[in-house]
Design a protein around this ligand. Structure first.
Ligand code: NAP
Length: 496
């Protein structure tokens, strides 16, 4: 299979004439070729999106017609769910049941934003009380325009849809640039969008590398907004490029999220959620709770249980029944995680389990579930995002100490707290400096609830109503009562 770009309603070859391999991380073999888009393709796609936005073929369409199309996209994803999930697993390595969750969520996301767009249309403009009866002031919400969406490889389709669905629902036009590591499910999305008859130019797909296909989008003068999910270093470049043209940006970046576990909780539940918090999706999760803080009197027992349960996790190809941990997405990412593990050997932490390739698995980018305890607070493995199946655990004595340790660091994407004392949970939730807090769980994510980070974890919010408003501009329309006279120049009696 060799993919094409999707520009202005047509599947086309990339200007470069080149492609790059899609590699199955379980076999280390290429199984498809992906079109290598470049600046020429990005420019064509942006121009198509600009033209489609400016002539109103999408933004001026009656909202009910627009949302009917979004619901057809949702239905198209559901109709192809098994194939897309299998492709996602092959491209990314994630266990198939997790890929199925992703694709189901992606379909729901289109339905959800169709509903929000319908509700917004029914509400109409919002009146503003400006304190002067001569004026009628209203807020009208309009699409921001042309959106460049740049997305990562860990939830390839879902991260794209978190942007594409609300942007299209709001009336924007889109150019999507997925990660070169996992582009195939986004190509399937383009096919579905094409099949349901979204007007040409409204959605465009440019696959290719970050520097060649992504950077030109962030620099393009005809782009109104750059919606980015990825790492902090790339996010910084995206923001710099957008600054040159004073373009709006939203950034969903990395994390090193804390999980505070108090001793009064049920130990089975703690084990379950700590494991899920770091090992689902192979730990390649921006919100992974990779720093766990455990109240000291539970600490030894919990470490013992975590070690024995982590060692039971079934590792293997994502399409194999029962597998709970697939291979790391790529050779490069595998080497990156292994580098963290190598350097951690000398940091003074105690390795409870894992630490490298699982025994007997010679092929595939596999890394065993890895747990470090008693980790020095300045160790790289405690401070930096590993983005792999690696968790660090430390004890604490008081609630204040746990909160202070949890808040220490540059990130603020997510946090979790576990205790049977719900008042304490609520208190801790208030004091954690992060955009998402889980109580007595870790990771469940809902399309209806806002998603995004404090501090270096990002700017703006996706999902929920906030994720819809992120693609709408506020316009103030203020009307002066034409029966009244202003009178500043043409008479003074009625002057304000
Ligand atoms: P990344 O290397 O920053 O790449 C993200 C996207 O940016 C990819 O499409 C990449 O293309 C592209 N890119 C690279 N250089 C670029 C440039 N100069 N200009 C424009 N685009 C460029 O991140 P990743 O490794 O794919 O993803 C992992 C990171 O994403 C982690 O830090 C994770 O925490 C974060 N993340 C955050 C969230 C969230 O919601 N906050 C969700 C998921 C992931 P190529 O891949 O083709 O190079």
């Amino acid at each position: 299979m060799t993919t094409q770009l999707y520009i202005d309603g047509i599947f086309v070859e990339p200007a470069s004439g080149r492609s790059f391999p899609a590699v199955d991380p379980a076999t280390e073999s290429a199984f498809a070729s992906v079109a290598a888009g470049n600046a020429t393709d990005a420019d064509r796609a942006v121009n198509a999106a600009r033209h489609a936005f400016d002539d109103g073929r999408w933004s001026q369409l009656p909202v009910a017609e627009r949302t009917a199309v979004l619901r057809q996209i949702a239905a198209g994803i559901r109709a192809n769910l098994d194939e897309i999930a299998a492709l996602e697993t092959r491209d990314n390595g994630k266990p198939l049941p997790e890929a199925i969750w992703d694709i189901e969520d992606a379909a729901f996301c289109f339905d959800y934003y169709a509903d929000l767009a319908d509700a917004a249309e029914a509400r109409g403009d919002t009146a503003v009380d400006v304190g002067d009866d001569r004026f009628d002031s209203r807020i009208r919400r309009e699409p921001v325009g042309v959106v460049a969406a740049i997305t990562p490889w860990n939830f390839p389709l879902l991260m794209a849809v978190w942007k594409v669905a609300p942007a299209l629902a709001a009336g924007c036009t889109v150019v999507l640039k997925p990660s070169e590591l996992c582009s195939l499910s986004c190509v399937e999305l383009a096919k579905i969008i094409d099949a349901v008859g979204v007007p040409a130019g409204v959605f465009n797909l440019v696959t290719g590398s970050g520097p060649e296909a992504g950077a030109p989008l962030t620099e393009h003068a005809l782009v109104d907004k750059v919606a980015f999910t990825g790492s902090v270093p790339t996010g910084r470049k995206v923001m710099q490029a957008a600054a040159a043209g004073i373009r709006t940006v939203s950034l969903e970046l990395g994390g090193k999220s804390p999980f505070i576990v108090f001793a009064d909780c049920d130990i089975d539940k703690a084990v379950e959620w700590i494991l899920f918090g770091i090992f689902w999706n192979k730990g390649e999760v921006c919100s992974a709770t990779s720093r766990v803080l455990v109240e000291r009197r539970l600490y030894p027992r919990l470490l013992e249980r975590l070690k024995s349960e982590a060692e039971k996790i079934v590792i293997g190809p994502g399409d194999q029944a029962g597998v709970k941990l697939g291979p790391i997405v790529s050779k490069n990412q595998y080497e990156k995680v292994m580098g963290f593990l190598d350097r951690a050997q000398h940091c003074g932490a105690q390795r409870l389990t894992g630490g490298g390739r699982p025994d007997g698995m010679e092929t595939g980018y596999y890394i065993a579930p890895t747990i470090y305890a008693d980790v020095p607070l300045d160790a790289e493995i405690w401070c930096e995002e590993v983005f792999g199946p690696v968790v660090c655990i430390n004890p604490f004595d008081t609630e204040d100490e746990a909160i202070s340790l949890a808040n220490n660091g540059p990130f603020g994407l997510a946090g979790a707290v576990m205790s049977d004392d719900l008042e304490r949970c609520d208190r801790v939730a208030s004091r954690l400096r992060a955009g998402i807090i889980w109580v007595n769980c870790s990771q469940p994510t809902f399309i209806q609830a806002p998603w995004g980070g404090y501090k270096s974890s990002g700017i703006g919010r996706e999902l929920g109503e906030a994720g819809f408003e992120a693609y709408r501009e506020l316009k103030q329309i203020t009307r002066f009562d034409h029966h009244e006279t202003w009178g500043w120049y043409l008479g003074t009696e009625n002057a304000q």
